[in-house]
Design a binder for this molecule. Structure first.
Ligand code: SF4
Ligand code: SF4
Length: 172
């Protein structure tokens, strides 16, 4: 994983490539695990030593990843885990990945440090656009701080019918 400060990013839009959902195991908080287990069955999750995860399929991807003509969607839109909502950004209280001035983001009087994971193909590098600076990064920050749950700028635009695809889960 490699991270760049958010001020090196011009804009971000999810391309629905599904790469992130094939790459990482999704860690679930206990309430998230409970919600998913109740809604879809405990067999859609796995437990580690001290954590719960979404179960991955035989090809390594998240079992809730849905594919329609090479466009990938999340089957958990309504209860998407926080780790997925915030991807590909990290909102931190310390400048863990360097370049503190470029990573600094002030929110409600608090200095935070925001970085983007370069594995995401939806990043466009350059000087941040007004919209990215004042709406997208703000929304990622609010999701990370738990002051917002609903996604608007931080997710792929959803077309009619997506919910149907979202129910074509891939668990055995
Ligand atoms: S968040 Fe990035 S890696 Fe994930 S599906 Fe969207 S464009 Fe692809
Ligand atoms: S829960 Fe959704 S967003 Fe998260 S890895 Fe699975 S398919 Fe992707």
């Amino acid at each position: 994983m490699q991270f760049v400060p958010w001020q090196n990013v011009a804009d971000w839009h999810c391309k629905a490539c599904g790469y992130c959902c094939k790459l990482y195991s999704v860690v679930l908080g206990f309430p998230e695990w409970l919600n998913i287990a109740k809604s879809f069955g405990i067999e859609t999750t796995v437990s580690g030593l001290d954590r719960f995860y979404i179960k991955r399929t035989s090809d390594g991807s998240c079992g809730f990843l849905c594919n329609k003509t090479n466009t990938y969607f999340c089957g958990l839109q309504g209860i998407k885990p926080e780790a997925c909502k915030i991807w590909p950004f990290k909102v931190l209280s310390e400048p863990k990945y360097g370049e503190p001035n470029q990573a600094a983001f002030d929110y409600m009087g608090n200095r935070l440090y925001v970085y983007a994971d370069t594995m995401c193909s939806g990043l466009r590098y350059g000087t941040p656009t007004w919209d990215f600076r004042y709406t997208t990064i703000k929304e990622f920050t609010e999701l990370a701080l738990g002051v917002r749950q609903v996604q608007y700028k931080t997710t792929r635009a959803v077309g009619a019918g997506q919910n149907q695809w979202g129910r074509q889960l891939r668990f055995p």
